[in-house]
Design a protein. Sequence first.
Length: 319
Amino acid sequence: MSKVSIIIPVYRTEKYLRDCLNSCLAQSFTDFEIVVVNDGSPDNSQEILDEFQALDSRITVIKQSNKGLVETRRVGACACKSEYLFFLDSDDTIVENALEQLLAYSCGKDIVIGGMNIYTPKGKRIKTIKNTLPFGNDVIGLIAAYLSKNVVASLCGRLIKKSVFCKIEIERHFKIGEDFIANLLLASNSISCQIVDCVVYNYIQYDTSMVHNISEESLKNRLAFIDWVLDFVDNWKNQIVVKNSIAQFAIEEYYTYLRGGGRLNDSLKCKIRNEFMKNEWAIKRLPLWRVGLVKCYCVSPYLGNIYRYFFVNVRSIFR
């Protein structure tokens, strides 16, 4: 039995799939298996997978009709035989010693989280993300760290014990924030978590990414995600670090929702004004233009639209 299973969901990524798989096969640690789930991809991804599977016996390919990311990851996890899971998106890559570095800190840990580089498609590094646990390593501290973005709420770039991951159930209809939801569910199960001060994952920010395509459906999906998170963490909001982090999360997510053209009803405006915008800790941690956009929309849609128009156009000039 291998120590680690790399799980790669595949859908419409034939352009990037070779780089993704080659980064896995180049790992300094070699005791792993790769489970690739072709989620009904209509391009030439299957031909590439067949080619790689013939080259390396550690690669297993599962074909299925299109079921979405949540279900595809679940299928991959169920097929794995290793102690640890490592999720990898098929348009991203991992650094050569990613598994080796994470495993070095895995003893007695349920989750081991590494850092992440974010690149443009042309290979220019945008930024490096390192994770921290400033509020402690217990349930409350970890939930607050996810909400405040001190820890990246992705399922990628980390080792997760299969026995722990299989305990959680993610609703399959979520199209935005499914990784965030999974991490909150994992954190609430009193897991032992280790942060590793090294970069293990290369996230390539393509314009075709689902999170960068705005539509009426994506706005509804984001609102459903926000509602789920706020409802889930409500049990811990009497803890000050969680209460503060909830306010930061809410303002940032409503900012993204409004920037994309979302609308606020009167009850939601009242909730944002009274519960989140009065939190000084959160306001101080956020860029002024984000806070300003949310404030304007809470006053009136007209004022918000004017702010949004000038904000978007001014930012495009300096990009």
